[in-house]
Design a protein around this ligand. Structure first.
Ligand code: NA7
Length: 511
């Protein structure tokens, strides 16, 4: 089927009249915007529900927010950044990087802010979109770059509204609330809870960390880059490129990914030994150590990288509460055993609804097929990119893609390379509709599920990686296999409707 590709790649960007809508101006949407402009398309709009770009890095501003991927690897491959201040980038620096990059590539000029797409309907060979404020638009191609973890998950704890202090989800951090010298409760021990506890342990009069499930902690150092180092990165593009593709880090990512898909490999046992040693050697009090010891395998939940969490929880102001929460009362958190933790602030580090993706947007595909119905059991997409009956709609960081302790920017760039080749089919004027075939999705999905159950994510713990049936929703194969899959679409997996045919169909439905 390479013939299909050869015939169309040469004309990319020719059909200047093709209209693109990108939904979401986070890392992936900005990438799509840059790439479409660079390909020569001029009819491109990004819709963003908020008043700024940034996605995750705009929404999350909690104290201690840090990416667990090294700074230089957490950049677009084409836009290295010599100015990162430290090995792991603080959230605010990442936000500033995306803002700078958006302006540099002119994407800021094509974003419509404060416009949330609420409806996206395929009719007569085009996508008809509507925003919450009532704006309507039509697109030939829609790129959904709506993010993965963007809908906060609030816990079902009674009495939250009765709390007399300040209570908020960590993705809605209220910066008007003073912290120093006060009493805070942090509910949740994912990456977010761990980072907040680490950042606040010395600032609070009292910090109670409510832990339903302990976490394995991977030690990591987080040094600052010196002025000399940053100057060297500025002066030497080759050095900067080397930092982006630092061989030791890349080898670690590959080893880690291979370990995820082979839970009994020596690499996974090595990871388990490192986190176990970290716990044994870092926590002095045997009672606290046992409270912090998980009873599931390392990396089953997303592994937490932290340079200072174990130090933080041993500080005098910090208490790790492992009992069950009964309810929230005006003065604080009441435990099932009757204990009341009196607090001024409660931060809900309880994560996100990881199965939402494009939703709550209402998406209706060919023939009136509703995405909510198609995804009723769980979200799924062929190669994480395309859904049958939803032609010319492609996803970045959609369901069943790789997630883990590595850069989602790298993942999105590879996905874009693949999507670009699907767009080329439409751009060629030869095909009017491009979407994965039902058969291809079924085969992909059943192979994926079988493999996913065997990954470390399926080794017996609760996490946001799991779907409603308890199966890991992630890409279950090696990183290499992902790169190979993204290098070129298997066109036989696609239902390609010739432009003439699609136009004739839409003419029929017009009448
Ligand atoms: P996560 O990783 O989903 O963690 C959520 C945490 O909240 C986790 O410890 C949960 O415990 C806990 N939780 C959820 N509901 C409750 C209730 N009702 N009571 C007590 N504890 C609760 O979210 P994060 O924001 O930390 O991280 C998300 C991702 O963002 C992270 O993996 C990175 O990719 C970036 P549980 O483990 O379910 O017992």
């Amino acid at each position: 089927m390479t013939g299909i590709r050869d015939g169309v790649m040469s004309v990319l960007g020719k059909r200047q009249d093709l209209r693109f809508v990108v939904i979401g101006a986070g890392m992936a949407g900005i990438l799509a915007g840059i790439k479409l402009l660079q390909a020569g398309y001029r009819n491109v709009t990004l819709y963003e529900k908020a008043d700024r770009i940034g996605g995750t890095w705009r929404e999350n501003t909690y104290p201690g927010l840090t990416c667990d991927v090294p700074s230089h690897s957490y950049t677009y491959s084409f836009e290295p950044n010599p100015d990162w201040t430290r090995y792991l980038p603080p959230g605010a620096e990442i936000q500033a990087y995306f803002e700078r990059t958006t302006r540099k590539y002119g994407v800021d000029k094509i974003i419509r802010f404060n416009e949330e797409i609420i409806r996206c309907e395929y009719q007569q060979r085009q996508w008809h979109l509507e925003t919450r404020s009532g704006i309507r638009d039509i697109a030939d191609v829609v790129v959904a770059a709506t993010g993965v973890l963007h809908v906060p998950r609030y816990p079902a704890i009674d009495g939250m509204e009765s709390f007399s202090g300040d209570l908020f989800h960590t993705a809605r951090w209220d910066h008007s609330v003073p912290l120093d010298g006060r009493r805070i409760g942090v509910i949740g021990t994912g990456s977010t809870g761990v980072q907040i506890v680490s950042a606040l342990s010395e600032r609070m009069q009292k910090l109670v960390h409510f832990q339903r499930t302990p976490q394995w902690i991977m030690p990591v150092e987080n040094p600052f880059f010196s002025e000399e180092q940053k100057q060297a990165f500025r002066d030497d593009p080759e050095l900067l490129k080397y930092m982006q593709n630092e061989p030791e880090y890349l080898a670690n990512v590959e080893r880690f990914n291979n370990a995820i898909v082979e839970p009994d490999s020596p690499a996974m046992h090595e990871i388990e030994a490192i986190v176990r040693d970290n716990l044994e050697n870092s926590v002095d009090d045997p009672v606290l150590r046992e409270k912090l010891r998980p009873n599931y395998r390392a990396a089953c939940k997303r592994l937490i990288y932290s340079p200072d969490f174990y130090q933080a929880v041993q500080r005098p102001a910090v208490e790790v509460e492992t009992g069950a929460i009964d309810r929230i009362e005006p003065k604080g958190v009441r435990m099932k055993d009757g204990t009341l933790h009196e607090l001024d602030i409660i931060a809900l580090a309880t994560g996100f609804q990881a199965d939402q993706f494009m939703r709550p947007m209402n998406v209706t595909g060919r023939g009136g097929v509703e995405l909510n119905d198609v995804w009723a059991a769980r979200p799924r997409a062929y190669m994480a990119i395309s859904i049958p009956e939803f032609p010319n709609l492609f996803m970045l960081n959609g369901p069943n893609g790789p997630v883990g302790n590595f850069s989602l920017i790298d993942i999105a760039e590879h996905q874009w390379h693949y999507i670009e080749q699907l767009i080329a089919l439409i751009d060629s004027g030869k095909y009017g509709e491009v979407s994965a075939s039902k058969e291809a999705l079924e085969v992909f999905d059943s192979e994926r599920i079988a493999a996913a159950k065997r990954t470390i994510f399926g080794s017996g713990c609760q996490s946001w990686y799991l779907d409603a049936e308890g199966v890991p929703a992630t890409w279950p194969w090696s990183q290499q296999r992902f790169y190979e899959a993204m290098s070129q679409p298997d066109y036989t997996a696609y239902q390609l409707v010739a432009l003439a045919e699609a136009t004739a169909d839409s003419a029929v439905s017009d009448t």
